[in-house]
Design a protein around this ligand. Structure first.
Ligand SMILES: Nc1ncnc2c1ncn2[C@@H]1O[C@H](COP(=O)(O)OP(=O)(O)OP(=O)(O)O)[C@@H](O)[C@H]1O
Ligand SMILES: [Mg+2]
Length: 400
């Protein structure tokens, strides 16, 4: 035996512990190492398996039907050696002496490493010491292999759990998204009935051009509504994302005001004054329908809070390599604890009259566009929400 040979075997053994494909080769290698390095004619590895102990691998005694042997798991040392010798001699009389070393890991006995000699002369001074050393090494390797096994199983379970969680999270988000889209859809489709009535009236009185204009408005509203529904399909990845286009925030702000107007005039309160302060913002790359919906949401919130004859100001402009559109009202403003939560889905102070999804949708739109929503609001001083979009040439990669 050279140090090189034993070192090589030791390295093979330790590598097998971390190789899932090689784990079944550990026990046969231990038997082989024991026979070779102890200088025995044969070696066996007996492992405790529940109520019995079985020979799991053997080296140098191929003709032995060792797999059939069932041994007493409590048999240890000389007792075990005697039983094994008796069985070995039935196979071949050349086997004369048996020695064993226990396999212990984590303070538990889980088997024995057994070597069989043909003559007492084969047992060298340090044979039993080498046997004990190999048994320790084998125990350590087998125990770390089973720990690796356990870790791998836990890992597989964790991956499975994570997949379920991700699916649940996706479904939850899809639910929120569906609620949000239906919320925005209601906002957008709201004026349809009004334009329809108007068109009917105009047709009845022969105002064909005006009726045509009302129909055009209706067509625009339906187009925005369909686009909005598409966003649900994009979310569930059933359809490619709607394309971003270079948009003019002034045009989108006007479209949003047009959509929000019927809601303002339908209430019993006096119409708020709507002031347009549209400057000259640079075009920005955006999904127009989402931006129109976001502005309609801001206008709807402003309409809900302004008092009779209050004022809503819609502004656009350029800011920090981008463009903004904002809606300001002279309503009651918000207390800090409300202001902090307004973008949370389902947060509302309007009871049954609100779903709390409007600003959550606005927030999601701003994240998708790489922009931001800035809130300025003080109690008694009104509220201003500014949507800022960066100017970009390249579309943003689709969120995963
Ligand atoms: N302009 C505003 N002035 C004062 N409070 C506001 C204003 N805009 C939003 N808020 C507050 O933020 C909350 C959340 O607004 P959000 O648009 O998300 O939901 P909502 O308006 O309550 O419900 P829904 O949009 O379904 O009508 C509102 O309930 C309100 O308390
Ligand atoms: Mg709202």
């Amino acid at each position: 035996m050279t140090l090189d040979a034993s070192l090589r075997d030791w390295l093979r053994l330790s590598r097998l512990a971390t190789d899932p494909a090689g784990r079944t080769r550990i026990v046969p290698l231990v038997a082989e190492m024991a026979a070779k390095h102890v200088g025995a004619a044969a070696a066996l590895v007996a492992l405790i398996d529940g109520e019995t102990m079985r020979i799991t691998a053997a080296h140098g005694c191929h003709d032995t039907a060792f797999e059939e042997w069932e041994l007493d798991p409590d048999a240890l040392g000389p007792e075990l050696e005697e039983i094994i010798l008796e069985r070995c001699r039935k196979v071949s009389e050349r086997f004369e002496i048996v020695r064993s070393a226990p396999l212990i890991a984590d303070a538990a006995l889980f088997g024995s490493l057994v070597v069989v000699f043909e003559s007492a002369r084969e047992i060298g001074d340090d044979s039993l010491q080498i046997l004990a050393g190999i048994a320790d090494l084998a125990a350590l390797t087998l125990s770390s292999a089973s720990q690796f096994d356990r870790l791998e199983r836990v890992n597989v379970e964790l991956r499975a759990t994570r997949a379920v969680l991700e699916k649940t999270e996706k479904l939850r988000a899809l639910g929120e998204m569906a609620a949000g889209v239906s919320h925005d859809l209601k906002n957008i489709l709201n004026p349809l009935g009004l334009y329809m009535q108007l068109a009917q009236r105009q047709l009845a009185s022969g105002e064909i051009d005006q009726a045509r204009a009302s129909l055009d408005e209706m067509r625009g509203v339906v187009r925005r509504g369909t686009d909005l529904l598409e966003s649900l399909r994009h979310f569930s990845r059933q359809a490619p994302d709607a394309l971003e286009q270079q948009v003019d925030l002034n045009a989108l702000a006007r479209e949003a005001m047009q959509i929000a107007k019927p809601r303002m005039s339908s209430g019993r309160r006096a119409m708020p004054h709507v002031i347009e302060q549209l400057a000259d913002p640079p075009t920005v790359l955006a999904r127009a329908t989402e931006v129109v919906s976001a502005i309609v949401n801001l206008l709807a919130n402003a309409q809900d809070v302004v008092s009779s004859g209050g004022t809503i100001t819609v502004r656009t402009g350029a800011q920090d390599d981008g463009a903004f559109v904002e809606v300001e009202d002279d309503g009651p403003g918000m207390a800090p604890d409300v202001r902090e939560r307004i973008f949370e889905p389902f947060f509302t102070t309007k009871g049954d009259a609100g779903t709390g999804l409007g600003l959550a949708m606005v927030y999601a739109t701003m994240v998708r566009h790489g922009g931001k929503a800035e809130v300025t609001s003080e109690l008694g001083e009104g509220t201003r929400i500014r949507l800022w979009f960066p100017t970009r040439d390249e579309p943003r990669p689709s969120p995963q």
